[in-house]
Design a protein around this ligand. Structure first.
Ligand SMILES: Nc1nc2c(ncn2[C@@H]2O[C@H](COP(=O)(O)OP(=O)(O)OP(=O)(O)O)[C@@H](O)[C@H]2O)c(=O)[nH]1
Ligand SMILES: [Mg+2]
Length: 210
């Protein structure tokens, strides 16, 4: 009889941050609400929660996504959500230099409070606004490289790269978790070997002494 392959279920916590109006909620609407885009959208107050599951590499990932408020007065709340996160998305608006300049501050605050191995993805959003663009693709790439984080450009309006961005994040988190598991297994094997050698030596020592 053929065995039915068991899908592994993995829950991932993702937090989305960035200045107010860069399009965090719009990106999440697009990703979790079947591709909807609103031109009129309320600024997020405090924090919102969204979910989506994603099937990748024989696994089902349950994404628990926290949509934070970009307004300064909510920064303390936002910070408290970094704990236990697997991924953090930092968003800026390619038509707002101010939001791009603030990326460093966002990344610094994440680094201070998030787990050491958290995967960070920088998103330059609103690339449909070609005439208003004031941050180039190269500038985004350079900054991400300097900060040692992943990078992608998106448009919540047209949907370009939204699916791909999340897939990329989840794959990166998964690969990191897998390599951590492999390292742990290797270390366990090494330690077992050490224990075996030690007990053999002990037996040997007893033989010698009797
Ligand atoms: N042209 C264009 N407009 C966008 C895009 N993404 C978001 N917007 C618009 O930008 C405005 C702000 O979007 P939000 O998604 O509310 O921004 P936010 O980052 O969640 O803002 P806060 O909740 O205040 O932190 C809205 O009018 C959106 O319609 C995009 O990709 N292209
Ligand atoms: Mg919002």
């Amino acid at each position: 009889m053929n065995e039915i392959p068991v899908r592994e279920n993995i829950t991932l916590k993702v937090v989305v941050v960035g200045n107010s109006s860069v399009g965090k909620t719009s990106i999440l609407y697009r990703y979790t609400q079947g591709g909807i885009f609103h031109t009129e959208i309320d600024s997020t107050i405090g924090i919102d929660y969204r979910e989506r599951s994603l099937k990748l590499q024989n696994k089902t990932f349950q994404l628990q996504i926290w949509d934070t408020a970009g307004q300064e007065r909510f920064k303390t709340i936002t910070r408290s959500y970094y704990r236990n996160s697997d991924g953090i998305i930092v968003v800026y608006d390619v038509s707002s230099r101010d939001s791009f300049i603030k990326v460093r501050e966002w990344v610094e605050s994440v680094t201070e409070s998030a787990p050491e191995n958290v995967v960070m993805l920088l998103i330059g959003n609103k690339i449909d606004l070609t005439n208003k663009r004031c941050v180039t693709l190269e500038e985004g790439q350079d900054l991400a490289k300097k900060l040692g984080i992943k990078f992608i450009e998106t448009s919540a309006k047209t949907g370009v790269n939204i699916e791909m961005g999340f897939e990329f994040l989840v794959k990166t988190i998964n690969n990191q978790k897998e390599s951590k598991k492999t390292k742990k297994k290797k270390n366990k094997k090494k330690n077992n070997k050490k224990i075996m050698i030690t007990s053999e030596q002990e037996i040997g020592n007893h033989k010698n002494c009797c």
